[in-house]
Write a protein of this length. Structure first.
Length: 521
């Protein structure tokens, strides 16, 4: 399964392993077990510090295995063959089990280590899911940090009976001690939030070493936030970057062909490149955290801004750049929230494979909606696009492709009214013909919502002025209505939400913040 290039790369990665790691495979019969065994044997062949052991440890299935260090199960389990996007999850788990430094911020490390309850996570994934590896890798790190925590990646494609039993129709779907913990479009920051909600003592009374006064603190790590942080660091300033995840919405984008000088790339590749560029500079990065509120200080006295983080930390900064981007807009109709992960989805690349051979809908006729329809048409039986306006908003080249596709039907000038479900699964969509007012229903199994984005600015109530849509109002220098607070990218009033524009705005915001510092200090 692994070619020589991959094996040679693995040899390089494993050269610095300090602990011996065993891959302990459950015995028994399964049609995929020979393939999994060969896969694991190839991985173990690259280093004398890796060993494959077969024995009956009463695991979930003969295609289940765990990692052991010094003969002891370290809490990281896999059920299925972690190839595709999950291959990196396995390799990272092996390297981190052997002593490679974890990627979590020290504050988050302390929080996870405080948990005293026994926690067993199950993460149901699809090998085609772009978001799933982040969740799997974070929970793997939690298990390495705290012996009370264990976690298991489960490939839904190989455990269909279990998928049906739990009515899972979206990934990642995370269970904690047998009960649903989080599902749908989740990330590490949301997992942290849910842990804090369930175990508030992991934050309370935390004596965290406080950072010195920062010159610029950037909130958000999409194209605008990363550009801001890099430009600030190049000025020799003290810079902190706070974000729920590196890459932001860009990380979920499959194809990018309009980033000038880069003819074609993907969201994952661009995110990796931005992360690498970020790492070239002395920037304090606090990933997987959220800013709950900002104290803007007293007017005209140059007092620092105070940022309160979800971890309980407080960061003081001379200036702040808000680059928190936007998130998927919800329909806001009955049945939507109740069926997220059970037929309602926002990521066609992640959840599309669960609807193979079924009929689905895409709500939204912009670029993201038509791209989703084209993507889904390669997996499902049929796609119906529902568009509120009388004409599609997507680029003509995309519209032409969709209209010519035999598996895509487009219905325009309709309003979605309800998501209809039975026995915990979506079975139909109710919509209104806006010409006649007639209410109609269409039977289907999945609804993919692609109706645009809304700015991530709710935490700024009373801090800066925003439009009725939540966009931060800025001037030509990215200055908000509050002196010393700047904003850039999709969270602002700047038109045309594009990657290249966000990068330029991020750079501009940083230069403006630098100018503010030297004039006001």
């Amino acid at each position: 399964m692994l070619n020589n290039d991959i094996l040679n790369a693995l040899k390089t990665y494993t050269e610095k392993m300090t602990n011996k790691v065993s891959l302990v495979l459950q015995t028994g019969d399964h049609e995929k077990r020979a393939e999994l065994k060969d896969f694991l044997q190839q991985i173990c062949s690259v280093s004398e510090n890796l060993t494959l052991i077969e024995r009956d440890d009463n695991l979930r299935s003969p295609i289940s295995f765990y990692l052991a260090v010094d003969g002891k199960n370290n809490g990281i389990h896999f059920s299925g063959i972690p190839s595709g996007h999950e291959f990196n999850s396995l390799i990272l788990a092996i390297l981190q089990s052997s002593g490679t430094e974890l990627k979590l911020d020290s504050t988050l490390t302390n929080m996870v280590q405080k948990i005293i309850e026994e926690l067993h996570f199950e993460v149901f994934i699809s090998l085609s899911c772009h978001n799933c590896p982040d969740v799997v890798q974070s929970l793997n790190q939690f298990a390495l940090l705290n012996e009370n925590i264990s976690t298991e990646m489960i490939d839904g494609g190989l455990f269909q009976a279990l998928i049906d039993e739990r009515n899972i129709q979206g990934v990642p779907s995370v269970y904690l001690n047998g009960e649903l913990f989080a599902n749908g479009k989740i990330d590490t920051a949301q997992l942290i939030d849910k842990l804090i909600e369930r175990f508030p003592y992991i934050v309370a009374g935390d004596a965290t070493e406080q950072l010195p006064l920062q010159d610029i603190t950037v909130i958000g790590a999409g194209p605008a936030g990363i550009a801001s942080a890099i430009y600030a660091a190049r000025k020799g300033l003290n810079v902190t970057l706070i974000a729920d995840r590196i890459g932001g919405q860009v990380k979920d984008t499959v194809g990018i062909e309009n980033l000038i000088s880069v003819p074609k790339t993907t969201g994952a590749e661009l995110t990796s490149n931005m992360q690498a560029h970020l790492n070239d500079y002395d920037i304090t990065i606090k990933e997987f955290l959220r800013v709950d509120k900002i104290e803007k200080g007293y007017p005209n006295d140059n007092s620092p801004k105070k940022l309160h983080l979800s971890s309980g930390e407080i960061i003081e900064s001379k200036t702040v750049i808000i680059a928190t981007g936007a998130k998927w807009r919800e329909l806001g109709v009955p049945g939507e929230k109740e069926n997220i992960g059970s037929g309602v989805a926002y990521c066609p690349h992640c959840d599309g494979p669960f609807f193979k051979g079924k009929d689905v809908a895409v709500v939204g006729g912009g670029n993201s909606g038509i791209e989703a329809a084209l993507d889904l048409a390669g997996m499902v039986n049929h796609v119906t696009v529902f568009e509120f306006l009388t004409e599609l908003k997507a680029d003509k080249i995309l519209v032409d492709k969709a209209e010519a596709h035999e598996k895509i039907t487009i219905i325009k000038n309709v309003a979605t009214k309800e998501v209809i479900a039975e026995n915990g699964k979506v079975v139909a969509i109710a919509y209104e013909d806006r010409d006649t007012g007639e209410l109609k229903q269409q039977s289907l199994s999945g609804i993919f919502v692609q109706i645009g984005l809304i700015p991530n600015s709710n935490f700024l109530n009373g801090v800066v002025e925003r439009t009725q849509h939540g966009e931060i109002i800025i001037d030509e220098k990215c200055q908000t209505t509050e002196p010393g607070i700047f904003a850039a990218g999709d969270v602002t009033t700047v038109p045309y939400k594009q990657i290249v524009i966000a990068m330029g705005e991020g750079a501009k915001a940083s230069l403006s913040a630098f100018d503010y510092i030297i004039r006001e200090s």
